[in-house]
Design a protein around this ligand. Structure first.
Ligand code: CXF
Ligand code: ZN
Length: 378
């Protein structure tokens, strides 16, 4: 066996920001205490991978193995690991949970205080990496997952065991984007039956919000996107109405259009792109007094959000979340069961599939807006 020894395998390395990933032979060290080495079965591309790949910033160090939406099988475990063993199927998650702190014990929080979310810090307990390239140089870890490789090492705080028999490509989707969107509708906004919902951006996150709202019985689900073709795919996730801002008349802002469609403003609005101006549109599209705006997009330009405080006094609210407010270890298995019970549509998110060698195609497709989720098979 390979237990206790380094594994040589293939990995897709980002050596320069914005340039194609390079498939190379890498060495993956054995797991340290409270870690597991995982054989990745498949992974998919989330928009955050593209964001950090494009961003030439100080947050991440090169070379790095990106990827954080995946599913795999435990190859071996480090000292002190309980509750996970070889051959277990696991979903890695960028958001860690110790299951002991105040936040993990609280029903309301998914922000573990022991494994607080930080960027570019390596393995969560010791800050180092388990990867080396062919020359023996360190290859850095991304979001505590680094799934664009045949093997990776993940801390047990970032692993969720799955044993319900869900197909692995569907399980992969629950690792980041889809769970985030559904959670935002269920746990953060708490969308209610008969309500009106407006979603800015119909990528996988926005469509997952729609799916969550559909399952909660929302009666009007309005999608807003610059690509009108998104209405067709949106219908599969419960989108009932569609607005293309490019096709709106010049003198009527999008939020006015939404207000007319919802008799005064939507009960819930979601920003799923990451632009401060759209966050503002989302806030303005909500109903005075009760409207809730949930921010899911990551604003990378550092643009501030300016909102009218009197609207807050009147009762509107703005909220945000990571991982849709979901608690990974308990909520991912529940979502998997909802899929097996044929309630949750996961199939329609998978629009493309490639092998690891063609991972750069997945980057092209997502950037061109042609794919929702592209499954990358190892
Ligand atoms: C994101 C969430 C916001 C910070 C970067 C990572 N998570 C997953 O895509
Ligand atoms: Zn993600």
């Amino acid at each position: 066996g390979t237990r206790g020894r380094p594994i040589r395998c293939k990995g897709a390395i980002c050596r320069k920001f914005g340039e194609p990933l390079v498939i190379e032979e890498i060495e993956v060290a054995p797991p340290k205490p409270f870690e597991a080495r995982i054989r990745i079965l498949c992974t998919s591309l989330c928009h955050s991978d593209v964001t950090f790949w494009k961003m030439d910033g100080p947050l991440l160090q090169l070379p790095i193995i990106l990827g954080h939406e995946a599913v795999g099988v435990v190859e071996s475990v480090g000292e002190g690991v309980e509750g996970l063993k070889e051959e277990d199927t696991v979903v890695p998650v960028f958001l860690g949970s110790c299951e002991e702190c105040r936040d993990c014990e609280s029903e309301k929080s998914n922000m573990c205080s022991k494994f607080a979310f930080k960027l570019g810090v390596g393995m969560p307990r010791d800050g180092t990496s388990r990867f080396r390239d062919g020359k023996g140089e360190t290859v850095h870890n991304f979001l505590c997952v680094s799934s664009f490789a045949e093997y990776t090492v993940v801390d047990i705080a970032h692993l969720v065991k799955i044993d319900c028999g869900i197909p692995v490509d569907k399980a992969c989707l629950l690792s980041c984007g889809v769970s985030t969107g559904i959670g935002a509708a269920w746990k953060v906004a708490e969308v209610h039956k008969g309500s009106s919902v407006v979603i800015f951006g119909l990528g996988s996150i926005g469509l997952a919000v729609a799916e969550g709202a559909r399952l909660r019985g929302a009666s009007k689900i309005i999608g807003v996107d610059l690509n009108t073709e998104k209405f067709t795919v949106g219908k599969q996730f419960g989108v009932t109405h569609f607005v293309n801002p490019k096709e709106c008349s010049q003198d009527k802002p999008v939020h006015e259009v939404i207000k007319e469609m919802t008799d005064g403003g939507a009960d819930y609005s979601f920003e799923c792109i990451g632009l401060a101006s759209l966050m503002n549109d989302a806030f303005l599209s909500c109903r005075s007094g009760v409207g809730k705006t949930v921010i899911l997009g990551v604003e990378m330009h550092g643009a501030p959000l300016s909102i009218n405080s009197f609207e807050l006094l009147r009762g509107k609210s703005v909220m945000g979340c990571l991982f849709g407010g979901m608690k990974p270890k308990s909520d991912i298995p529940l979502l998997a069961q909802r899929y097996l019970d044929k309630e949750l549509n996961l199939d329609s998110f998978i629009t493309h599939e490639v092998n690891l060698e063609d991972i750069n195609k997945a980057f092209d497709l997502l950037q061109q807006g042609k794919s929702l989720r592209c499954i990358i098979w190892m």
